[in-house]
Write a protein that binds this ligand. Structure first.
Ligand SMILES: [Zn+2]
Length: 691
């Protein structure tokens, strides 16, 4: 296949986004898969002593091409979806999955990795190479490569059944969500609801050719009802529908997830035992930073204990406010969101709209870049590259005049672009030749879905970002910096590759902290009309509102995390105790407000029953401890120098955390930076829960 004929096969430099068309995809992927299979067959048949150069390198070279090409296709599918592109994507995806699955179960390759690990060269390998081999052996083992022959068919069956059950779990939620409809004819019943929510409900009813307003269990439809509707009965109705969906109490019996949950847990337990572990939580933690389930449980219980007094205070305030101001004598689950919103409005009299006027895109982006430049002694400059949409900008990062990485910035929501914000890698850092020019520099996609600039009287006004959007931008850039500022020269562990799941949010959540610093904000704001920077009074209100009900929110996260951990650790799905019993026990232990008995939140807990978070939901809080504690070093530096943008501390963060990527365990990187084990103090302080 000729590169001139197929731009997806050109790996010489940046992707040729303007030339790549859906019709290139099938032939490029077929050709790359063919190349991959050929190399795999050659490696399998190789009889020479296995070395890094004759085994890992050729495998990495050929699979990297497949990953990069498919990465481009996946990226385009996410940001400029068209029927042709989607068709090509869906047609090729099964081939890609099949290849990676077969590779992960290739026992000949597994044997070679092990031989490399036990071979004479191993001791002289760099830490990065050792880590790559270690990870590969670990993943083969977890994939069942070392099982006794007679156990392998059952292991494969478990994988298949588990995949089918988790898919069914999601489908049930989706079907139950889609089926539910609540029609309200009388507008008076919707008092309190914002106009945009009403308009959306009206449009939904019109689509069904019904009068009035339609509400569903999709978040943007039901949540404003819980948040704003003065009509208590309406709130109770929609709360109950949402809290019972896909259970024995709501939706069609065929969509009840009760048995699916038990069956999923049984399969995981069986898989763990086949692999030689006591329970699935142990399996989940093999590739994570946390060492044992007990360590995770103690961490969560400790956090619960510390958050509890704050949560009790939050709840007492809310109850008394609801009684006095809203006439709600007995605060029920369907009142909590509503009463909280009213309390927030009363206590912190400012609106998101007001804040937004101070955050025009040019100031925000310049402020972000300045923050990064000050912290890490790099410079960010506009650069040129083929792009997939005229709104996309491209930049380069230089350090001491040398290129270290590049990134695409695609900020605005538009038709055909998947929602949310994310960082993805277009290319990873690795050494491809000797000498100082022998480095392939990393490239990142930074994608957001912010409001595009408004056009007023034919003139485009800069886009205005909410403070939440600014935080999102900093968050995604944290991931981007982790990817782009790495110094590791081995692809498998450079940047975010190979970083433990429960540590990967460290750099991203770390970057969010700067969005709350007066020194940073005062320099990155300019009112859309007057050009004035953010007034101190408004900033103070934002800070005061930052930790509104953080005690209650923390306990909620702990409740979910403990429930997840216990289900996969010390719960016996064949025993007499039910999943509901486990949840009730956790709630009795940590919650300050028990949800109604009909609440079946677990029946739509997709993170753990259909996503990758089984025995891993704790990762959110775990990584937050790390990011808050890491940020604490900058706060300490600022106490002596008066500047939180400390370049000394930044250089250390860069060297010990960002630059190291996945080449060593995250705990080692953290300790190298902080000089000690992580502590929870900074997280508590940042959440307004310091003792
Ligand atoms: Zn993130």
């Amino acid at each position: 296949m000729n590169i001139a004929l197929n731009p997806l096969l050109d790996f010489s430099d940046l992707p040729q986004f303007e030339a790549i068309k859906p019709e290139h995809i099938g032939s490029a992927i077929d050709s790359l898969l063919e190349q991959c299979r050929t190399v795999v067959i050659e490696l399998e048949g190789q009889s020479a002593q296995v070395t890094w150069e004759n085994f890992v390198e050729p495998l990495e070279n050929v699979t990297e091409k497949l990953s990069r090409a498919w990465g481009i296709v996946g990226h385009l599918n996410s940001v400029v979806d068209t029927p042709e592109l989607r068709a090509a994507y869906n047609e090729n995806q099964p081939k890609i999955t099949e290849f990676w699955t077969a590779l992960a179960q290739n026992l000949t390759l597994f044997t070679k990795y092990k031989a490399l690990q036990l071979g004479p060269d191993y001791a002289s390998f760099s830490a990065a190479r050792k880590k790559i081999i270690e990870n590969a052996v670990r993943d083969f083992r977890l994939g069942g490569a070392e099982l006794a022959e007679e156990d392998k068919p059952r292991f494969a069956e478990i994988q298949e059944k588990h995949a089918a059950l988790t898919t069914k779990f999601s489908e049930n939620i989706l079907d139950a969500t889609n089926e539910y409809a609540l029609y309200i004819e009388n507008e008076a019943e919707l008092s309190g609801l914002p106009d945009d929510a009403k308009q959306a409900a009206r449009a939904a009813a019109e689509k069904d050719e019904k009068p009035g307003y339609k509400f569903t269990l999709h978040f943007p439809s039901y949540f404003p009802v819980l948040q704003y509707a003065d009509n208590r009965e309406l709130r109770a109705t929609i709360y109950r529908a949402n809290a019972t969906k896909a259970s024995e109490l709501g939706g069609q019996p065929a969509w009840d997830n009760t048995q699916n949950i038990v069956d999923i847990l049984k399969l995981r337990d069986e898989e763990a035992k086949l692999l030689g572990y006591k329970n699935f939580a142990e399996v989940s933690l093999v590739s994570k930073m946390a060492q044992t389930p007990d360590q995770v449980i103690s961490f969560l219980q400790d956090l619960a204990k510390r958050a509890r007094p704050f949560a009790e205070k939050d709840l007492a305030e809310l109850r008394s406010f609801a009684k006095k101001e809203l006439g709600i004598d007995q605060l029920e689950a369907w009142d909590v969101t509503y009463a909280s919103e009213k309390l927030r409005e009363q206590r912190y009299a400012f609106s998101e709209q007001e804040v937004k006027q101070y955050f025009p895109e040019p100031q925000v982006v310049a402020g972000l870049f300045r923050t990064i430049e000050s912290l890490f002694s790099v410079s960010i400059k506009p650069d040129a590259a083929p792009v997939w949409h005229p709104d996309v900008k491209f930049f380069r990062i230089e350090k001491d005049g040398a290129l270290v990485g590049q990134f695409y910035l695609d900020l605005y929501a538009r038709q055909g672009k998947r929602g949310g914000a994310w960082m993805d890698d277009a290319r990873g850092r690795r050494r491809i030749a000797e000498g100082k020019d022998g480095i392939q520099t990393p490239i990142a996609y930074l994608t957001c879905n912010f409001t595009e600039p408004a056009v007023v009287n034919g003139q485009a006004k800069p886009a205005l970002f909410t403070h939440d959007e600014v935080i999102t931008l900093f968050h995604e850039f944290g991931h981007g910096l982790h990817h782009m500022l790495t110094r590791v020269e081995e692809l498998g562990v450079s940047g975010i590759s190979g970083v433990e799941w429960d540590a990967v949010e460290l750099p991203s959540q770390f970057m969010e902290n700067f969005c709350w610093e007066w020194d940073v904000l005062s320099h990155m704001t300019a009112h859309a009309d007057t050009g004035a920077s953010l007034p101190r009074t408004l900033y103070d209100k934002m800070i005061a509102a930052k930790n509104f009900q953080s005690g209650l929110q923390t306990l909620r996260q702990v409740e979910f995390s403990l429930f997840d951990m216990h289900l996969h650790y010390d719960y016996n799905p064949d025993g007499s105790k039910t999943v509901q019993d486990v949840l009730n026990e956790v709630r009795a232990q940590v919650s300050v407000m028990t949800p109604p008995a009909f609440n079946r939140f677990q029946h739509s807990f997709s993170h753990i029953f259909a996503g990758g978070y089984a025995a891993g939901y704790y990762s959110y809080k775990w990584a937050e401890v790390l990011s808050a504690d890491a940020y604490g070093a900058f706060e300490e530096a600022s106490q002596s120098s008066g500047n939180v943008l400390s370049s000394d501390t930044g250089a250390r963060f860069l060297r010990e955390i960002l630059a190291m990527g996945g080449s060593r365990p995250a705990i080692e990187s953290f300790k190298a930076f902080r000089g000690r084990e992580p502590t929870i103090d900074a997280l508590l302080r940042h959440s307004g829960m310091a003792a």
